[in-house]
Design a protein around this ligand. Structure first.
Ligand code: HPA
Length: 376
């Protein structure tokens, strides 16, 4: 097995220079860098990352725990994380906690035991054990997609982390998520502008911040449109297709069913469409439909789905950047980064097809909220 010393000898440089080229720890002139890379290639040298970890106490690896990895939204997030991590010279260890708090706590501990440098986690609806563990072990962590600052902010930890000190004002972790409330309100006001007065929402799993924010956005949209809120029109599809199919059937069984429907994620859109088909209803002539989440084949449905597109890859890439910033500067203030979504106007809402008209995604403003707390 060729060693780093062999590479240094062959390239005519010091071992330290080889190390700087391979680890990106110091700038090296393009000429020297190329000589080192050529020698690495010619000798077939592969760095021993285990040996390096023993010296640096860093593994240059990131643990990623995301449920529903087969959902295209999370698959795209994963692609964003993977590309950004690779670009920075980090590898990934991936686990799927299946939105089960016990399993979540277990897989995160396993990743931590593999000594990942930091963790990116999309927390379940009940993340108390998870957050307690991460905090006790001071694991540099970015929460992704689902934010959990509400419980931490008020210190009552209702749904918040067990590790939060009472009265604690700021989260000790960083977070990256997409806007949820504003875009949901946008769907509701759009349907109201088209004349709908009874607009139903098939909401996600209770306890997830994305669910809470989309429900809040639904209520905001109704208020903006001057529509009364009928609680019976708000049902839970539990974030998945079968749940949404049942929930939609319940809406359709009402004496005064909705004339328009908003579904709060891609899987629930599929379930809702199944229920509508079973009831022999056509979109949009019998019932209009707008959905949260755009996906690759949303414009292949007939009618084409009016949807909110989340910046999924960008969410993944941002989560990596925020984690790398934390690793570089452990005491920096924590951040919550919110990325804007786009309104993709198609025809399932009931608007006519405009021949040749390009889809013009409308964007909401992005925001980064620095918080005064520091990571522990
Ligand atoms: N969060 C946000 N968007 C989503 C989800 C989720 O869990 N699932 C599908 N789209």
């Amino acid at each position: 097995m060729p060693t780093m010393a062999d590479v240094a000898r062959s390239a005519g440089v010091s071992v330290a220079t080889v190390s700087h080229v391979l680890n990106g720890t110091r700038p090296v002139s393009p000429h020297t860098r190329q000589a080192v890379l050529d020698a690495v290639d010619a000798l077939g040298y592969t760095p021993n990352t285990l040996a390096r970890s023993l010296v640096t106490s860093r593994t240059r690896s990131i643990g990623l725990a995301v449920s529903a990895i087969s959902n295209p939204y999370f698959t795209e997030i994963l692609q964003g994380v993977e590309a950004a991590a690779l670009h920075a010279g980090y590898s990934l260890l991936i686990a799927d906690p299946h939105d089960d708090p016990g399993h979540e706590r277990k897989v995160v501990q396993l990743l931590h035991e593999r000594r990942v440098d930091g963790m990116i986690v999309a927390p379940s609806a009940h993340p108390q054990d998870l957050v307690g563990y991460l905090r006790r072990h001071a694991v540099p962590t970015v929460f992704l997609d689902r934010v959990i600052d509400a419980g931490v902010r008020d210190g009552t930890a209702a749904g918040g982390p067990a590790g939060a000190a009472p009265g604690e004002a700021v989260p000790w972790y960083d977070q990256v998520c997409a806007e949820s409330a504003g875009p949901t309100a946008r769907l509701v006001t759009h349907l109201a502008e088209l004349g709908h007065r009874r607009i139903g929402l098939v909401a996600g799993l209770p306890g997830l911040s994305t669910t809470g924010e989309r429900v809040a956005g639904y209520r905001d949209g109704l208020a903006i449109a001057g529509l009364a809120h009928d609680e019976r029109l708000l049902v839970s599809g539990h974030s998945e297709s079968a749940g949404a199919e049942q929930a939609t059937a319940a809406l359709l069984a009402l004496q005064d069913p909705p004339t328009a429907l908003v579904t709060a994620n891609n899987a629930m859109t599929i379930g809702a469409l199944r229920a509508l088909r079973r009831h022999g209803l056509s979109v949009p002539s019998d019932i209009a439909l707008c959905c949260f989440d755009d996906f690759a084949w949303a414009d292949l449905f007939s009618p084409r789905l009016t949807a909110i597109a989340q910046p999924s890859r960008e969410l993944g890439a941002q989560a990596v950047q925020v984690l790398l910033d934390r690793l570089d500067e452990p005491c920096r203030p924590t951040r919550t980064v919110r990325l804007p979504c786009a309104f993709v106007h198609r025809t399932s809402c009931g608007c006519p097809e405009e021949p040749g008209a390009p889809e013009e995604p409308e964007s909401t403003a992005s925001s980064t909220q620095p918080q005064k707390g520091t990571a522990s």
